[in-house]
Write a protein that binds this ligand. Structure first.
Ligand SMILES: NC(=O)c1ccc[n+]([C@@H]2O[C@H](COP(=O)([O-])OP(=O)(O)OC[C@H]3O[C@@H](n4cnc5c(N)ncnc54)[C@H](O)[C@@H]3O)[C@@H](O)[C@H]2O)c1
Length: 292
């Protein structure tokens, strides 16, 4: 199917990034969230990200102008998806939420539209089996921050058609991304490996083996990781990571049991950059951002 319009449902950390990539790829892009302030923040973030791209010489001013002119917002899911040939959901990692949305997509989307989930761990079939369009359901797992990260994991269920995979490949190409295709399994490739490393970092921190700064430094300089595990979890969100670990623990076994310090931080509201504090403190940056 020829994709002209992409609807992005959820405008949080990932949804706004996916909307950026969709508009960058030249698609009409509709962004929607249950919270209107989040949509507004998302739009402001997209504008800032394009400006940053232009300043760093990564994005042409003409691409920025065209991309920004292609983005619109919608007041509810029904409005957002009406004209879309590809719908990508980026709502929280809760099976019930995804189930509910995919049921709505199936009822109200355009005939032939593809339904994609940005879930970072859940089994796609667990919520796409409810739709009659199982051949047009797929995982499109983007990475944070989307404008800078090159990869999309395309996750196919036993029912996903080759045509659906081919269409998503082409969309990814126009977004400037690379693709790997994964047969559905909890955590796909990247989440499965990353969750283990991140959990082990918390195990070491809890055991008093080293400071967060030194654990991050060791993985960056000793193992050539571009970011330390704590810098990364602060970006991803500690709550998001905890949910992933809980799911992998349930589906893949004991080695994924979530660390108790991670759980404690989430209970205390230390969710990462988005709340101003995770493993590290970002309250000053957050205050500065809110002023702009
Ligand atoms: N955070 C990451 O680094 C990351 C990376 C890859 C994938 N993911 C996955 O992406 C998804 C979203 O994660 P996030 O970090 O962007 O979460 P987030 O909490 O930042 O954003 C989710 C947004 O969805 C909105 N929402 C909730 N229910 C909705 C509904 N019914 N309709 C429309 N909007 C709704 C919320 O208001 C919120 O703004 C999750 O499945 C997560 O596992 C996250």
């Amino acid at each position: 199917m020829d994709v002209k319009t992409i609807a992005v449902i959820g405008a949080g950390t990932m949804g706004r990034g996916i909307a950026y990539a969709a508009a960058f790829g030249g698609y009409h892009t509709v962004l929607e969230d249950v919270s209107r302030p989040v949509v507004d923040e998302g739009l402001a973030w997209i504008r800032r990200s394009f400006e940053e791209g232009v300043t760093r010489g990564k994005v042409d001013a003409s691409v920025r102008d065209r991309a920004l002119s292609l983005i619109s917002t919608a007041g509810d899911v029904g409005d957002a998806i009406r004209d879309a040939e590809l719908i990508i959901e980026a709502v929280p990692e809760e099976l019930e939420m995804k189930l509910e949305l995919f049921t709505i997509f199936d009822k109200f989307a355009k005939t032939g539209a593809i339904f994609a989930s940005n879930t970072s761990s859940l089994s796609i079939a667990d919520f796409t089996d409810v739709t009659v369009s199982r051949d047009r359901c797929v995982g499109m797992h983007f990475f944070n921050p989307v404008p800078k990260m090159k990869l999309i994991e395309l996750v196919r269920t036993p029912h996903t058609s080759d045509e659906t995979v081919a269409t998503c490949r082409e969309v990814a190409r126009r977004m400037g991304k690379e693709v790997v295709v994964v047969n559905e399994a909890p955590g796909f490739i990247t989440t499965r490996v990353n969750a283990l490393i991140g959990n082990e970092a918390f195990n070491m921190l809890e055991a008093g083996i080293a400071t967060p700064e030194d654990i991050d430094k060791a993985l960056k300089l000793g193992l050539n990781h571009p970011m330390g595990p704590f810098e990364l979890v602060d970006l991803v969100g500690l709550d998001v990571r905890l949910k992933i670990l809980e799911y992998l623990h349930q589906t893949l076994g004991e080695k994924y049991r979530p660390n108790s310090l991670l759980r404690q931080y989430v209970e205390e509201g230390r969710l990462g950059r988005k709340t101003g504090r995770g493993v590290y403190d970002y309250s000053q940056q957050k205050a500065a951002e809110n002023k702009t």
